[in-house]
Design a protein. Structure first.
Length: 450
C-alpha cells in the first residue's frame, strides 16, 4: 500500500452510519432558522421541495459513486467529465461545503452544553470539540467509522424518543398559526419566504453525499454504497418531516426560530425544565451533533487529500499518518473552522448569526457541487457509455434532470436572498482557483483512475 492509498475497511452499516451521521445534526438545529423566514407551513413546502431534490440527487449521484469510487467524490467525477476546470469547480465548492459546515455544528454543540452548564462559553466548547474529533479521525478510519455508526444509531433513536415525548403536547393549531411567513394566509410574502428559507431546508440533508468520499475505504463499493445511500436518504426524509412537525406544534414556534437548540426548548414546553426526559435529550442530542461533526471532518479531510493527490493542492496534504489517515488534511480544515468560531461576534453578515451565515456559506458550496455533479452524470453517459455502472440512475434522464433543475432553482433563490454571502463565496472560489493555478504550475495533475 502506497503512502497515498487509502485502505478499504468499511461495510454497508458503516457507510449508512456515515451517510446519515454526516447529516443528522441538521435535524437537531439549523433548520428552525427557516421558520423565522418562511413560517411553519411555508417552510414545510420548502422542505418537501428540497426532499424531492435530494432523493432524486442521491439516486443519481450513486451511479457516479459506484462507477468512480474515489476519495475525491464530486471532484473526481467532474475532473473525469470536464477536465481540470470542472474538477477544480467541484473540488473547491465541496471544500467550502465541508469546511464551513463544522463550525456551525461545533457552535451548536457549545449551545447544547451551555443548556447544562450556563457558565461554559459555547466557543470554548466548540474549539474543544474540534480538538477531540480531529484526534479521533487521525487515529484510524475504522475506529472513526465505528464510532460514527454508534453515535448515529443513538441520535436516530433520540429523535424518535423526542417525537414520542412531545406528541401529547402537539396541537395542529399551534403548528399552522401564522404559518405562512408570520401570516395565516398564503400571499406574496409567503412565496418569498418559501424561497428565502431554502438554505435551512437543505441543512436537513446537507452532506449526505460525503459518504462518497469514503468510497476508496469501502469494501465492495459497487454493492455497499447504493444500499447505504438509499437507506440513508429514506431515514433522513422521515426524520426531518417528523421532527419539524412535532416541534412546531407544541407551543409558539416563533420562540424556536433563530436559536441553536430548538429541540430542548420544544421539549421544555411539554415536560418542563427539570424533567429527566429534558436532560436526556440534551445529552443524547449531543450525539446527533457529534455524529455530523465527526463525519464531516472525515469528509473534508478526504477532499483535501484527493485534491492534493491530484496536484490541485500542496502534496503535503496527501501524506498519510502511520494510522493510514490524512492527518495533515484533517488539521488543515480544523484550522479554518477554529478561526471561524473565534470570529463569532466580530463579523455581521446580513444580520445573521454566525451559525446561520456558516450554514448559508456551506449550502452555496453544496448546491454548486450538486449542479456540477449532475452535469457530470449526463456528460459521462454520452462520453463514456461503456463505463462500468453497477448502479444506474433510475428513471434516467428524468430523475437526474429533476435534481438538476431543482438545484438550479435553489441556487438562483439563494443568490437573490443572500447577495453578501454569495459575494464572499465567489471570492473564496476565485482565490481558491488562483491558489490551484499556482500549485499546478509547480507540479502535475494526476488523472482519475479508470
Amino acid at each position: 500500500m502506497t503512502a497515498t492509498q487509502l485502505k478499504p475497511t468499511l461495510g454497508t452499516l458503516h457507510l449508512w452510519g456515515l451517510a446519515v451521521g454526516l447529516v443528522i445534526s441538521g435535524e437537531y438545529f439549523g433548520w428552525s432558522y427557516g421558520w423565522g423566514t418562511a413560517g411553519t407551513l411555508g417552510f414545510l413546502v420548502t422542505t418537501l421541495m428540497v426532499a424531492v431534490m435530494y432523493t432524486c440527487f442521491i439516486f443519481s449521484f450513486t451511479e457516479l459513486t459506484t462507477a468512480i469510487p474515489n476519495a475525491g467524490g464530486p471532484f473526481a467525477y467532474s475532473l473525469r467529465a470536464f477536465g481540470v476546470t470542472g474538477g477544480m469547480i467541484a473540488g473547491l465548492a465541496t471544500l467550502i461545503e465541508f469546511v464551513f459546515a463544522p463550525p456551525a455544528i461545533a457552535m451548536a454543540i457549545g449551545a447544547y452544553l451551555n443548556v447544562q452548564y450556563p457558565s461554559l462559553d459555547p466557543r470554548v466548547a466548540a474549539i474543544g470539540a474540534y480538538i477531540v474529533f480531529m484526534t479521533l479521525n487521525i487515529l484510524g478510519v475504522s475506529i472513526a467509522a465505528t464510532f460514527e455508526l454508534v453515535v448515529t444509531v443513538l441520535a436516530v433513536a433520540e429523535l424518535l424518543v423526542f417525537m414520542g415525548v412531545v406528541a401529547p403536547g402537539f396541537s395542529f393549531s399551534n403548528f399552522v398559526l401564522g404559518g405562512w411567513a408570520g401570516s395565516d394566509t398564503f400571499s406574496l410574502p409567503a412565496i418569498s419566504g418559501i424561497f428565502a428559507a431554502i438554505p435551512f431546508a437543505i441543512w436537513f440533508f446537507l452532506a449526505i453525499e460525503g459518504a462518497a468520499m469514503a468510497a476508496e475505504e469501502a469494501k465492495d463499493p459497487k454493492r455497499t454504497i447504493p444500499r447505504a445511500y438509499v437507506a440513508g436518504i429514506l431515514t433522513l426524509v422521515v426524520l426531518a418531516i417528523g421532527v419539524m412537525i412535532f416541534a412546531g406544534g407544541v407551543g409558539d414556534w416563533r420562540a424556536l426560530s433563530n436559536i441553536n437548540d430548538p429541540l430542548p426548548q420544544a421539549m421544555k414546553a411539554v415536560v418542563g425544565n427539570n424533567s429527566n426526559w429534558m436532560h436526556m435529550l440534551v445529552w443524547i442530542g449531543l450525539f446527533g451533533l457529534v455524529a455530523s461533526f465527526h463525519g464531516i471532518i472525515l469528509g473534508y479531510s478526504r477532499q483535501f487529500f484527493a485534491l492534493a493527490r491530484a496536484g490541485f493542492l500542496p502534496p503535503s496534504l496527501a501524506k498519510l499518518s502511520r494510522f493510514q489517515t490524512p492527518h495533515r488534511a484533517i488539521l488543515a480544515g480544523g484550522v479554518v473552522g477554529i478561526l471561524a468560531i473565534l470570529s463569532d461576534g466580530l463579523v455581521n453578515l446580513q444580520g445573521m448569526t454566525l451559525t446561520a451565515a456558516m450554514i448559508t456559506m456551506s449550502v452555496f458550496g453544496a448546491i454548486v457541487m450538486y449542479i456540477v455533479s449532475m452535469l457530470s452524470l449526463f456528460k459521462l453517459r454520452r462520453s463514456e457509455p461503456d463505463l462500468e455502472r453497477s448502479f444506474r440512475a433510475p428513471g434516467y434522464p428524468i430523475v437526474p434532470g429533476i435534481a438538476l433543475v431543482l438545484a438550479v432553482v435553489c441556487l438562483i433563490a439563494m443568490v437573490w436572498f443572500n447577495l453578501v454571502i454569495c459575494g464572499i463565496f465567489l471570492c473564496l472560489m476565485a482565490l481558491g482557483a488562483l491558489f490551484v493555478k499556482v500549485v499546478r504550475s509547480r507540479g502535475t495533475v494526476v488523472a482519475v483512475a479508470r
